[in-house]
Design a protein around this ligand. Structure first.
Ligand code: UD1
Ligand code: CA
Length: 459
């Protein structure tokens, strides 16, 4: 039987070298904060309990945490050992294993963590750490071994010349049995170059007490890298984009230019979908099969059916049915919902509105707070006038209605089924079913008016 698992993510540090007012772990890759990447990966391992150590910008960091993650305040950042120790009151009678991670290591994969956990369990270790062999180990804690066994970690700043030549480094990711770790943390002292309580010192202590300490040398050091500077953020962003594109191409998605395509970690894409250059898919976007997402479109928290075509458009918090066409230059937001076989053309904005199956708004329209039925035609330049300066009102356009070009529908009102609104109308009252509504001044023609005016000017 496996022992219960708790996870601790360290995220209290300032990230001084980012030179930012935003806490480091809230800087984003593919629309997701660095800490969000870590928590998403963690969620796939399903730990029983999850803690995030917060300090710098604690309020902002806490605000983005999912409900099943407990923030733990480290008011003063006295080191990584001190950070983990803050969880002690929450794990008083916890008899299990803890996974310790950093909030600024966004590319670390669930697979690597699973391998680390498996190694820990197989070897019945008290602590297992993730290490990597780096060409340039500068700045990292070095792994000092005695024979094949880990003896201790020495921080770069505390290392002597010989130790600095060691190129196996501590990646700052650990699996550990909680009870012995807790005892070792309580005994830490800050006698080192940085005057901090080092989590890494707990390792030497466990070794000296005869606990089995194991390690897993990663085959993919890049995914274990942390972010300390804007340069590293850009580098890992490029790496993230490359890896994500490669993943989706393996899954059967065509990506014309991986370098300019951004796909968030929570996005889902069906096979035989084509992503054209500059496509950005963020948040909880779900794209069905055989879709074409056209150049320079951005989708955030959007759900698309199958065989949908989106060209050069912006979709936020919205859904689109099968075979529907959107764009170019359309904007869906505020819970817009398009049915199947809808055609939405250029410069159409849809906000908090529904369009039923087979309806069309082909050019230059605004639909806000509207419920549009099936097979409705919304002409060019139609506007639902939903805002009177104080409140928003709904417009209902029932099945089979036809709204002529450049009509304004002053909400609240209903165009009943089959109703027909004449082009250029300003409609202020309900339109009965199958009726024609004309709300515009009657045209007057004045014969030879132009000639008469010209004659008058000459005199
Ligand atoms: C740490 C390790 C080092 C390892 C490196 C890997 C220690 C002493 N050293 O060094 O061996 O090679 O990570 O990247 O652990 N944090 C807190 N509270 C604190 C201090 C840090 O929450 O009081 C958080 C930071 O926000 C960060 C993580 O802990 O997410 C690591 O801290 P950092 O100061 O970057 O440690 P390193 O010096 O990089
Ligand atoms: Ca670091």
């Amino acid at each position: 039987m496996t022992r219960p698992l708790a996870a601790i993510v360290m995220a209290a540090g300032k990230g001084t070298r980012m030179k930012s007012d935003t806490p480091k772990v809230l800087h984003a890759i593919a629309g997701e904060p660095l800490l969000g990447h870590v928590l998403y990966t963690l969620s796939r391992l399903g730990p029983a309990r999850q803690f995030v150590i917060v300090g710098h910008g604690a309020e902002q960091v806490e605000a983005m945490l999912p409900a099943d993650v407990t923030p733990v305040l480290q008011a003063e950042q006295l080191g990584t050992g001190h950070a983990v120790d803050q969880v002690t009151p929450f794990l008083n009678d916890f008899d299990g294993t803890v996974l310790i991670l950093s909030g600024d290591v966004p590319l670390l994969s669930a697979r690597t963590l699973e391998t680390l956990l498996a190694r820990h369990r197989e070897e019945k270790a008290t602590l297992t750490l993730l290490t990597a062999v780096l060409e340039d180990p500068t700045g990292y804690g070095r792994v000092v071994r005695k024979g094949a066994h880990v003896a201790r970690i020495v921080e770069h700043k505390d290392a002597d010349e010989d130790e600095r030549r060691l190129n196996e480094v501590n990646m700052g990711t650990y699996v550990c049995e909680w009870a012995p770790l807790r005892a070792a943390l309580a005994a830490l002292t800050p006698n080192n170059a940085q005057g901090e309580y080092y989590l890494t010192d707990a390792i030497a202590r466990l070794v000296s007490e005869g606990h089995p300490v194991s390690s897993y040398i990663t085959t993919d050091p890049t995914e274990c890298l942390g972010i300390n500077t804007r340069g590293e953020l850009a580098k890992l962003t490029a790496e993230y984009n490359r890896r994500t594109a490669a993943h989706w191409m393996v899954e059967g998605v065509t990506i014309h230019n991986p370098d300019t395509t951004v796909i968030g970690p929570r996005v889902q894409i069906g096979r035989d979908t084509i992503l054209e250059p500059g496509t950005i898919l963020l948040g909880e976007t779900i794209v069905g099969e055989r879709c074409i997402i056209g150049a320079y479109s951005q989708l955030r928290d959007a759900t698309l059916g199958s065989e949908v075509e989106v060209l050069n458009s912006y979709l936020v918090d919205s859904s689109v049915g099968d075979r529907t066409h959107v764009g170019p230059y359309a904007h869906l937001r505020g819970h817009a919902r398009l049915g199947d076989d809808v055609r939405l053309g250029n410069f159409v904005e849809v906000k908090n509105s529904t369009l039923g199956d087979g309806s069309k708004a082909a050019h230059l329209a605004y639909l806000g707070d509207a419920t549009v039925g099936k097979k409705v035609n919304i002409g060019c330049g139609v506007i639902t006038v939903n805002y009177d300066g104080e409140k928003k009102s709904p417009t209902i356009i029932e099945d089979g209605a036809f709204v002529g070009s450049n009509a304004s529908l002053i909400a609240p009102l209903t165009v009943h089924a089959g109703g027909f609104v004449a082009a250029g109308s300003t409609i202020t009252e309900d339109v009965p079913a199958d009726s024609l509504a004309i709300g515009r001044a009657r045209q007057v023609n004045k014969p030879e008016w132009v000639l008469k005016r010209r004659g008058a000017r000459k005199q």
